[in-house]
Each structure stands twice: as structure tokens, then as C-alpha cells.
Design a protein around this ligand. Structure first.
Ligand code: HEM
Ligand SMILES: *[C@@H]1O[C@H](CO)[C@@H](O)[C@H](O)[C@H]1NC(C)=O
Ligand SMILES: *[C@@H]1O[C@H](CO)[C@@H](O)[C@H](O)[C@H]1NC(C)=O
Ligand SMILES: *[C@@H]1O[C@H](CO)[C@@H](O)[C@H](O)[C@H]1NC(C)=O
Ligand SMILES: *[C@@H]1O[C@H](CO)[C@@H](O)[C@H](O)[C@H]1NC(C)=O
Ligand SMILES: *[C@@H]1O[C@H](CO)[C@@H](O)[C@H](O)[C@H]1NC(C)=O
Length: 488
């Protein structure tokens, strides 16, 4: 009986296979995993997780999962075993332990588009070096003296072009502002220059690819974004070569000719870092990306929330009129850092906009070790998603979380809710990867709001709503109609 002989031969391997699975099962059983549903093989629950929903809510998927399993649950997302956290304490714990217990872990497709030297995908020493360069560029000293002035200049460039009773897309205008600002300060590209306009257009295609399914097939958004990436890189490379040429010219001249020195990131990186050309290209490409796609959405969200709260607009106007009155007396026109520091209620509006609108909804991490939290195990190697939006919209942490209420951020409110609120706002992430542009983004929002409320009144010209795809976007671009403000 040849069959029997075969069985006999294979028996040891079959037995060891069975033993192996039993051991694996044991090992798994040792973990006290959070509850949850692993969904379909491979796809898991990804499709449900990524289904669009209103940006001011946590979405149906999140809502159902939290009510069924609690704030920490397991799932299978983006092809990996995942722990999803809507828990304020765990989110903080994850971000504070970057590099020790957890590590940044964006999907490979993001690395393919942003580049392998992009800060979003780098970890360890290389991340630290790149971060240091970005922080030098965005330092408080530069913000106070240089960037604040630039922000105001680019705000006015956009706002003064608005015509009475015209209807236009607030989202496009906000993007124009943030893109021009970044292009100018990163590599001295001038607004409205054909080269700048071309680059802005490329970034639209690029953005669509960053957030699409990573299918590198003809015609897909991902493939188009990869093409955009190489077009963008060519543009940056051209700028870089021009600059190196200029810098050489300056050095070779026997008499020190005042070469027009550009105070931008490109100049700084070429002078002060030993990064390779490839690294500089990825750094600039991703800073330009991170620096304009996020803050433009935040400004659009403010333009969207404010008309529904006339009391808020009223109080904003009073605050900014007061600043303008004081400046008139001193004879100054440009905003300075002291003026910015007076925008206290505006800061409450900014926090409330970020809390309710959630520009960045969740982050990508993975566990570097077995981690135990609140009795649950997070196994080494598992993906971990801190969902910061879910904390911002948690009714046990924020009263009436769906309600746009900037006063909840006010000092001297009497209630001790404020510190709790501040501790739970994580719109810019946290720990050693806290957004490098946090302060710049707030200055952009404050200065834009300053000139907006002083000069215009506006209404939504069409129904539109912020959707989370999960990146936040207004499907119609938020059409608004503006009127000159009667206050000044
Ligand atoms: C409202 C606007 C913004 C929001 C909500 C925002 C949000 C965030 C968040 C949540 C992270 C952390 C990502 C992670 O930990 O995985 C981040 C990182 C970063 N952001 Fe922002 N950001 C904004 C504006 C900006 C601006 C204006 C710039 C720069 C010009 C910028 C540059 C960066 C950089 C370089 C990082 C990477 C930091 C690192 O990995 O060390 N962001 N941002
Ligand atoms: C960060 O940059 C500053 C200013 O150039 C430099 O003095 C410092 O040594 C850098 N730190 C690290 C860790 O590279
Ligand atoms: C960069 O180096 C060039 C030449 O070495 C010099 O002229 C220029 O002032 C430097 N720029 C900055 C921003 O330090
Ligand atoms: C730059 O130089 C420092 C020390 O000289 C080194 O540690 C670092 O890895 C270098 N960076 C790059 C990108 O080569
Ligand atoms: C104080 O904060 C609560 C929410 O924490 C808010 O509802 C209320 O409007 C605030 N009151 C004042 C006077 O600002
Ligand atoms: C806004 O939120 C940040 C971060 O939580 C906090 O530090 C800051 O005090 C808040 N600002 C106001 C005006 O409440």
C-alpha cells in the first residue's frame, strides 16, 4: 500500500505542523487583545474604515465600533493586524513613546509618493536631523521677525483680490494663500509667476494620489501622482541648480559683489547641511506638501464654521478692531508679534476649529515591543492607529462636542474644563514628532482671520459640507459670497 507508506513518511512533518499551530495558538492566547472584528481576509475592515463621512463626526464605522467594543479595539486595516485607539490616554502614551515602544509607520505607498527621505516616513537619527533642519527654518525667532510679515503679505495678496458680491471657492483661495507663502519661503518662488502656478497645479494631482489606493496601473490616481512627483522634483531640482550657480558666482568674484541672498529654506539647507541632492529634493517636496495642504483646510474650516455663529464673528471683530485702533495711535501698519499675542479670543477660535474640523484625523504607528495598556495587550509588530479626531469629538471630554463653541477655550472660564480640554487637543500630534509647523499654522490662521473679519462679511453661496475621505475636503470647494465689511 504505497499510500500508507507516504502517510508514514509525512507523519512527522504533519505532527510538527500541528504542534506548531498549537504553540502559535497558545502564544496568541497569552495576549489579552482588545475586542474587535478582523473582517475579511486581507481587506479586513479597510473599506468600511475609509468610507467618507461628515468631518465634524467620527463617522459611522468609528461610532459603531466604539459602541460595540469600547475606545480600544482590534481590527484588520490596510492589510495589517491593527489596534485602533480612540482613547485619549492611550493616544498620548503612543505619541510620547515614539522610538521606544512605538514607531511612525505610514503605508509604503505614502513613502513611494512623498519619497524615502520624507520626514513622514523617516525614523531614528535621520528623522532627527531632518526635523532639526525644519525646526530651524520654522523657529520662533524667524516666525516673529520674518514669517509673520510674510504671512500678512500673502494674506493681503489674496484678500484684496476679492470682489464685492462675487462667488468663489473659499478652499481654492485658502490654498492659494498657503501655497504662495510656502513656495516663496521654501525656494523664493513668486506668487502668480507661471512656474509657481504650474507647481501648484501639479500638487493638486499629487495630493489626490497620496490619499488614493496605491495601484500603480495606467490611469489610476496613484500613477498620475507618481508622474506629478517627478514633475515637481524636476522643478525643485531646477531651482536648486540655479541657486548653486548663483552661490558659486558669489564666491568666485574677487570683489565681494552683494549677491542677492535669499533667506529661504533652500539656501539654508545648501549652506548649513550635508544632505545629498536626493535628500534635499524629498525634504523640500514634502515640506511644501505638509505646509500647504493642512493649513489651507484649517482656514477653510474656519470660514465654514464662523457664519453659523454671528456672536463669535462679533467678538472676533471687536478683538481685531481693538488691535487696529492701538496700532493707528502708534502709527504702525504691519502686524507685529505683540499684536499677534493680543489675539486671545482668536486663539480660542483656532483651537475650536481644529478640534471640531480635525484636519488630520488619525496617525500611523506600529508597536516595537509587546505593550500592555489598561489590561490590554498590543503585540509587537502590530499596527497602531491613534485616532485623534475621536478624542476631540468624545462627549465625555468635551461638552456638546458637535457644537462650535470657542468659549470653551477661554481662560478664567471658571470651570476647570480648560486644562482638560487643552490636554486632549492633539490636532498637531505630539511627542518627538509634534508637527514642526504648529506655530506657523496658528499664525497663518490668526492673521488670515484678522484681515478677513475686518474687511469682509461672507455667506455660504451653496450648501457644502466638510467631508472626511478621511482627508478633509469640501466637495464643492466651499463657495462663498463676500461683502465689504461695514465696521471700518
Ligand atoms: C493646521 C495645520 C496643520 C495641522 C493640523 C498639522 C498636523 C500635523 C500632524 C498631526 C503631524 C504629525 C504626524 C505624525 O505624527 O505622524 C504633523 C507633522 C508635521 N507637520 Fe504639520 N500640520 C499643520 C501645518 C503644518 C505646516 C504649516 C507645516 C510646515 C510648514 C507643517 C509641517 C509638518 C512637518 C515637517 C511634520 C513632520 C514632523 C516630524 O515628523 O517630526 N505642518 N503635522
Ligand atoms: C540642530 O541645529 C542647530 C542649529 O544649526 C545645531 O546647532 C544643532 O547642533 C543641531 N542639533 C542636532 C541634534 O543635529
Ligand atoms: C550661503 O552661502 C553663500 C556663499 O557661501 C553666502 O553668500 C550666503 O550669504 C549664505 N546664505 C545664508 C542664508 O547663510
Ligand atoms: C552629516 O554629518 C553628520 C556628522 O558629520 C553625520 O552624522 C550625518 O549622518 C550626516 N548626514 C548626512 C545626511 O549625510
Ligand atoms: C465655559 O466653558 C463651557 C464649556 O467648557 C462653555 O460651554 C461656556 O460657554 C463657557 N463660558 C464662558 C462664559 O465662556
Ligand atoms: C489651544 O490648545 C493648545 C493645545 O492643547 C493649548 O496649549 C492652548 O492653551 C489652547 N489655547 C487656548 C486659547 O485655549
Amino acid at each position: 500500500m504505497p499510500d500508507c507508506q507516504h502517510l508514514f513518511l509525512f507523519l512527522p512533518s504533519i505532527l510538527s505542523l500541528i504542534l506548531f499551530f498549537i504553540l502559535i495558538k497558545r502564544k496568541q492566547r497569552r495576549y489579552n487583545l482588545p475586542p474587535g472584528n478582523m473582517g475579511w481576509p486581507f481587506l479586513g475592515e479597510t473599506i468600511g474604515y475609509l468610507r467618507p463621512y461628515s468631518a465634524t463626526s467620527v463617522g459611522e464605522f468609528m461610532h459603531q465600533h466604539i459602541s460595540r467594543y469600547g475606545n480600544i479595539y482590534k481590527s484588520n486595516l490596510f492589510g495589517e493586524k491593527t489596534i485602533v485607539s480612540a482613547d485619549a490616554g492611550l493616544n498620548k502614551f503612543i505619541l510620547q513613546n515614539e522610538g521606544r515602544l512605538f514607531e511612525c509607520n505610514y503605508p509604503r505607498s505614502i513613502g513611494g509618493i512623498l519619497g524615502k527621505w520624507s520626514m513622514l516616513v523617516l525614523v531614528g537619527d535621520m528623522h532627527r536631523d531632518m526635523r532639526n533642519i525644519s525646526l530651524n527654518f520654522l523657529s520662533n525667532a524667524r516666525l516673529r521677525t520674518h514669517l509673520l510679515r510674510e504671512v500678512e503679505k500673502h494674506t493681503l495678496l489674496v484678500l484684496t483680490s476679492w470682489k464685492e458680491e462675487c462667488v468663489f471657492s473659499a478652499q481654492d483661495e485658502a490654498k492659494k494663500f498657503t501655497f504662495n507663502l510656502m513656495a516663496k519661503n521654501i525656494m523664493s518662488m513668486d506668487p502668480a509667476h507661471p512656474e509657481t502656478e504650474q507647481l501648484k497645479k501639479e500638487y493638486v494631482t499629487f495630493m489626490k494620489g497620496v490619499v488614493s489606493a496605491p495601484l500603480n496601473l495606467p490611469g489610476t490616481a496613484y500613477r498620475k501622482a507618481l508622474q506629478s512627483r517627478s514633475t515637481i522634483l524636476k522643478c525643485i531640482e531646477r531651482k536648486m541648480e540655479e541657486r548653486i550657480g548663483k552661490m558659486k558666482e558669489g564666491k568666485q568674484n574677487p570683489v565681494p559683489v552683494p549677491v542677492p541672498e535669499e533667506d529661504d529654506l533652500l539656501e539654508w539647507v545648501l549652506n548649513h547641511s550635508n544632505l545629498s541632492a536626493e535628500q534635499i529634493l524629498d525634504l523640500i517636496l514634502s515640506l511644501l506638501f505638509a505646509g500647504h495642504e493642512t493649513s489651507s483646510v484649517a482656514i477653510t474650516l474656519a470660514i465654514y464654521f464662523l457664519p453659523a455663529s454671528p456672536m463669535v464673528i462679533q467678538q472676533l471683530r471687536e478683538e481685531h478692531l481693538e488691535i487696529v485702533r492701538a496700532k493707528k495711535q502708534s502709527g504702525e501698519a504691519e502686524l507685529n508679534w505683540d499684536d499677534y499675542k493680543k489675539m486671545e479670543f482668536t486663539q480660542c477660535v483656532i483651537n475650536e476649529t481644529l478640534r471640531l474640523g480635525n484636519v488630520v484625523r488619525f496617525l500611523h504607528r506600529k508597536a516595537l515591543k509587546d505593550v500592555r495598556y489598561k489590561g490590554y495587550d498590543i503585540p509587537c509588530g502590530w499596527k497602531v492607529l491613534p485616532v485623534i479626531a475621536a478624542v476631540h469629538l468624545d462627549p465625555s471630554l468635551f461638552d456638546h462636542p458637535q457644537h462650535f463653541n470657542p468659549w470653551r477655550w477661554q481662560q478664567n472660564n471658571g470651570s476647570h474644563g480648560l486644562t482638560a480640554a487643552s490636554n486632549n487637543l492633539m490636532a498637531f500630534g505630539g511627542g518627538s514628532r509634534l508637527c514642526a509647523g504648529t506655530e506657523l499654522a496658528k499664525v497663518e490662521m490668526a492673521v488670515f482671520i484678522h484681515h478677513l473679519v475686518l474687511n469682509y462679511q461672507w455667506e455660504l453661496a451653496d450648501t457644502d459640507e466638510a467631508f472626511a475621505f478621511p482627508f478633509v475636503d469640501f466637495p464643492k470647494g466651499l463657495p462663498i459670497r463676500v461683502f465689504k465689511s461695514l465696521t471700518i
